[in-house]
Design a protein around this ligand. Structure first.
Ligand SMILES: Cc1cc2nc3c(=O)[nH]c(=O)nc-3n(C[C@H](O)[C@H](O)[C@H](O)COP(=O)(O)OP(=O)(O)OC[C@H]3O[C@@H](n4cnc5c(N)ncnc54)[C@H](O)[C@@H]3O)c2cc1C
Length: 438
């Protein structure tokens, strides 16, 4: 309930902050009206820009913003609201042009005042951000290249939009309205400075050393990190961080990874990483002693938020990492509640943490159900994909009193959600973590 109220408060705060510039247009000394369509166009421009500026808060990984929902939900919201904001920004010139076709000439950068051209370039910059985000994979843009475009072009687009607004100097003639926009701009700049400067500086004060790089089954590696001169990081089992290895904390070359270690040991952190792309393919060659920085903890994929009488975990492939953190933490806490893990893998030899899961079954009230798509000859366990039938055979009678955690490839997550729905599990009892939210 606490999270619900807080979540509603965050949504309310977002709406107020996004709409304040519009309300402020209405207060203060009257400015002679310029007709409905022109005012609507300007209002949409203000609202769109205000929403774009607020993106610095949504993507700045501020705990106050992310804690009620989890960062993946906030990123989805960021994506959806950006499209709406971009639509408002597009409507701003579109309505002007349609209601007063004479303004078409303003699109010519040679003859148009520079503040109009600034607005046009800003619109192109926002379009570039939207298109590169929606079609990143189709355009063949690597994640890092995309992130660079996204970060720098966004700042340029917002700055140019502000320049456009100041240049128009219509509503901003009124000192109160000008003051408000200056205050809004300052908060955006402060958010940006915090994310790009203050946060990396804080991370630099808390470095980690990679103590060991341990090979695991299925082309995965476990990195053990020791804090250098500080107590480490407190986190909840199931959460994740952004990890930077061998580079300055100011770099944008950071990647998200879930803790795989017990939350009761903030002084000895482990991350288990599967070789999937250009960065993760290099993990096996990281040398012990390399310095690392972590930004976190983030995420709401943890059993520590709500109390249930049992927990069911459903993992596919490397999606086992947050579950390992949860199970290792539970073992350290001497947890007695019933736990059930469905773990989908391709082959028996590829089952990461297979031996430790065996051990955990003897330490906890835990049952592990391995589900293999390519089982070895003589395999008597479950095979194929984890679906309603497989789960139905193993779920406890009190399945409605359990909380469910799902982490794995996107198609698996969707399949599990509908399978659980078929089995009558209320969707609010199902938590999922996506390793692919960008
Ligand atoms: C919350 C979360 C927890 C994760 N936990 C683990 C884990 O415990 N173990 C594990 O092996 N993997 C985990 N991942 C996935 C891991 O972050 C990606 O596999 C890794 O970043 C891929 O990087 P790459 O350069 O090797 O591959 P690339 O080929 O460059 O990227 C493959 C895909 O990974 C995603 N990706 C790449 N870099 C980033 C980034 N910096 N931020 C967000 N997404 C990115 C992109 O969607 C990209 O298309 C997690 C991801 C998320 C979002």
């Amino acid at each position: 309930m606490r999270y619900l109220y807080y979540g509603l408060f965050v949504i309310g705060a977002y709406l107020v902050l996004a709409m304040v510039p519009l309300f402020v247009l209405l207060v203060g000394p009257d400015i002679p009206g310029r007709g409905f369509w022109r005012e609507l166009s300007v209002g949409l421009g203000f609202a769109g820009l205000s929403m774009m500026g607020l993106q610095f808060f949504l993507t700045g990984r501020f705990q106050v913003v992310t804690s009620p929902y989890g960062i993946d939900v906030v990123y989805h919201f960021h994506r959806a609201i950006s499209l709406l904001a971009f639509f408002f920004l597009l409507l701003h010139p579109a309505i002007l042009l349609l209601s007063a076709p004479a303004t078409l000439g303003l699109l010519n950068p040679v003859s148009a005042p520079e503040w109009i051209t600034a607005g046009s370039i800003a619109l192109f910059a926002f379009a570039l951000i939207v298109i590169s985000s929606l079609y990143r994979l189709q355009l063949g843009l690597g994640y890092e290249c995309w992130r660079m475009i996204h970060g720098y072009v966004a700042v340029a687009a917002v700055a140019l939009s502000l320049g456009h607004m100041i240049g128009v100097n219509y509503y901003l003639q009124v000192s109160m309205k000008r003051g408000l926009w200056i205050a809004i701009t300052i908060t955006w700049v402060l958010a940006l400075l915090y994310v790009r400067l203050v946060k990396p500086l804080l991370m630099r004060r808390k470095p980690y050393t990679i103590e060991a790089v341990i090979p695991e089954r299925c082309s995965s590696w476990t990195l053990l990190l020791r804090p250098e001169g500080h107590a480490g990081m407190e986190f909840k089992p199931g959460q994740f961080v952004w990890l930077t290895i061998g580079k300055s904390p100011f770099t944008i070359r950071e990647h998200p990874f879930s803790f795989s270690s017990s939350a009761l040991h903030p002084e000895k952190l482990a991350f288990t990483i599967k070789e999937l792309g250009d960065f993760t393919a290099t993990i096996g060659s990281v040398t012990p002693g390399t310095r690392a920085y972590i930004d976190g903890p983030y995420g709401s994929f943890t059993p520590d938020r709500h109390q249930f009488s049992g927990y069911v975990f459903i993992a596919g492939g490397v999606g086992i990492t947050p579950m390992m953190s949860i199970l290792r933490t539970f073992a350290d806490r001497h947890e007695l509640r019933p736990l059930l893990l469905f773990y989908g893998s391709k082959e028996w030899e590829e089952v990461t943490f297979r031996e430790e899961l065996e051990l955990l079954q003897s330490q906890l009230n835990l049952k592990v159900v391995h589900v293999l798509t390519e089982p070895p000859a003589g395999w008597t366990g479950e095979q194929g994909y984890i679906d309603a039938e497989v789960m139905g055979r193993h779920l406890p009678e009190k399945r409605m009193e359990c909380e469910y955690f799902v982490c794995g490839p996107q198609p698996m997550q969707e399949g599990i959600r509908s399978a659980l729905e078929q089995l009558g599990v209320p969707s609010e009892q199902v938590q999922s973590e996506s390793f692919n939210f960008v």
